[in-house]
Design a protein around this ligand. Structure first.
Ligand SMILES: Cc1ncc(C[n+]2csc(CCOP(=O)(O)OP(=O)(O)O)c2C)c(N)n1
Ligand SMILES: [Mg+2]
Length: 549
């Protein structure tokens, strides 16, 4: 629950002013979305307040942009009109639910007076509550701001629940409510810290430290909830103090620097190289922070863990083998473990310098692996990588990225990457997004590049063009995996900006990438890879799954 101390002053404000105040308190200053008549006044007022809503080509793109923004800044806003806009962001909201992203959907809606006598208004489906009903299932908290007396508390309730649970939320603003005066507290929204059982916390720390001290092959596994709870620097320090190797899950790729000597890279069950699987599955203990054990992040459930050797720290509890410490959330446990580690450490801290990587391109046909090897050698910390579900996601397991890597790695919705680049570019203008996507996914959302450029975000887009739905072909081939060919390298002509490249050899790709990285304009690098050739990572998965059945 949010707190409003008795002594706090109340003030008269408006729904948009209160919403913007709260969003600014969480450090965000813009949203993404597409307007419509039910949302025009809402958009207008947000803009008047200096809180711009960045347009995209499609509402789903806006929601993906807001999702990426939220992953990097803690919360993101997508603003839409009623029905036609709102229902288009249902898929992205579902992804935000699954991957625990605080994505706030704000939808304009018919005014309360207009709803009287249940007229057939455009964009309405069954009832005026149809859209709300859809979002009840997709979000952690919902509010229709129909009452001036409760509107500010309703906004606070939704945002508090989102931040507490790290899930999306939904707010509907009837258009005749936008300018109605409301009463709101003058103070900041205070989020109470989660309840911690201090005794259980101390005992869990003691037990885990004892397990680590007696071990010679402990490994840390960094999961996405450690990212959501802002524990990146704690994890890094803990690994360095204890000199423990760290693997991340694919959803948390980049949470631990992948070019750090202690990084094992991504653990994704049988998708990962054998050496990583051996280190993670053979670890005793395996100390996992905030990992989500989903089919995709665990390589189609090919992960083999001996639970007696796993210490699993979740958002609410710590499991040490079969012992469970309730009310010991990750956000309290990791800092406490770090303090214990700091006090026991006696050696001087080592200096860790990042591992560089090189690649010597040859005039031979490209493979998915060689594309990633070139990327590994060319990209530095000024780049943020986004990989699309498909072979791009699987192959990225063998790639040590320069920093953050965003992906729809569990919900696995195609169409995420290019719009997510808009969110990434706006959330952190120091990062230039580099996208790796399949040709099928690009067909779904490629025009969002025009929106990215429009907003001054100029990504490098690498399209792995294997003539259709490669990952589906592996499972069952048929005409449903064939797609129209797009000469995507010519898209810059249509957009009137950017550079396009078509590459078939390693040397061509290397040169194109070199030019794209040096140039500030956006670049599309279409890479032709053989139709039935998949990455080694995907082949490892296919082999493991074949053994399973
Ligand atoms: C929105 C959405 N529709 C359908 C799918 C199912 N699907 C998963 S991978 C895939 C093919 C992807 O093709 P492409 O982007 O070319 O990548 P490739 O598999 O060739 O690497 C499909 C259709 C999905 N994940 N998301
Ligand atoms: Mg493809």
């Amino acid at each position: 629950m949010c707190s409003h101390p008795e002594s706090e002053f109340m003030k008269t404000t408006t729904i948009t002013a209160h919403l913007v105040q709260r969003l600014r308190e969480f450090g965000i200053d813009q949203g993404f979305g597409i307007v419509g008549d039910f949302a025009l006044r809402l958009f207008g007022r947000l803009d008047d307040l200096g809180f711009p809503i960045r347009i995209t080509a499609d509402e789903q793109g806006a929601a993906f942009a807001a999702d990426a923004y939220a992953r990097l800044r803690g919360i993101g806003l997508v603003a839409v009109t009623y029905g036609v806009g709102g229902l288009k962001v249902a898929n992205a909201t579902a992804g935000a639910w699954a991957e625990q992203v605080p994505l706030l959907v704000v939808s304009g809606a018919p005014g309360m007076l207009e709803r009287q006598n249940d007229p057939m208004l455009h964009h309405k489906v069954k009832t005026f509550d149809t859209q709300l009903d859809v979002f009840r299932d997709l979000t952690v908290a919902q509010a229709v701001l129909s009452e001036p007396l409760t509107a500010s508390r309703e906004i606070d309730r939704v945002i508090s629940a989102m931040m507490r649970e790290q899930r999306p939320g939904y707010i509907e603003v009837p258009r005749d409510m936008v300018d109605v005066p409301i009463i709101a507290s003058d103070g900041p929204l205070e989020l109470p810290a989660p309840f911690v059982n201090e005794e259980a916390l101390a005992e869990a720390v003691r037990l885990v430290m004892a397990r680590l001290e007696g071990s010679s092959n402990a490994v840390l596994l960094a999961g996405v909830m450690a990212w959501r709870r802002g524990l990146q620097s704690h994890l890094l320090e803990l690994a360095e103090i204890l000199e423990l190797p760290v693997a991340t899950t694919s959803l948390a790729k980049g949470l631990f620097p992948e070019r750090h000597p202690l990084s094992l890279g991504v653990y994704m069950g049988a998708v990962s190289p054998h050496s990583v699987v051996k280190a993670v599955e053979g670890a005793d203990p395996l100390l996992a922070f905030g990992a989500l054990y989903t089919d995709l992040t665990m390589g189609g459930f090919t992960a083999h863990f001996d639970l007696a050797r796993v210490i699993n720290c979740t958002d609410t509890r710590v499991h040490v083998g079969l012992t469970v410490f309730e009310d010991v959330p990750l956000s309290a446990f990791l800092p406490a473990l770090l303090s214990a580690g700091r006090s026991r450490k006696n050696s001087a801290s080592r200096d860790y310098s990042f591992i560089g990587c090189d690649f010597l391109p040859q005039a031979i046909p490209l493979t998915v692996e060689s594309v990633f090897s070139c990327l590994e050698a060319k990209l530095d910390e000024r780049h943020g990588v986004i990989v699309e579900p498909g072979d791009s996601l699987f192959a990225s397991v063998d790639f040590a990225g320069p920093g953050w890597c965003l992906t729809s790695g569990y919900y696995a919705t195609m169409g995420y990457s290019v719009p997510a680049a808009i969110g990434m570019g706006k959330a952190d203008p120091t990062l230039r997004p580099v996208i790796v996507t399949g040709d099928g996914a690009f067909l779904m959302m490629g025009l969002e590049l025009a929106a990215a450029h429009f907003h001054g975000v100029n990504p490098v887009v690498v399209i792995l063009d294997n003539d259709g739905y490669g990952t589906q072909r592996l499972l069952l081939d048929g005409p449903f995996n064939d797609i129209p060919t797009l000469n995507t390298e010519r898209l810059p002509d249509v957009i009137g900006a950017g550079k396009g490249y078509l590459c078939t050899s390693q040397t061509e790709f290397w040169e194109a990438l070199h030019a794209a990285v040096a140039d500030g304009d956006f670049a599309i690098i279409r890479v032709k890879v053989p139709k039935n050739q998949s990455s080694e990572a995907l082949r490892r998965l296919t082999e493991a799954l074949a053994k399973k059945v």
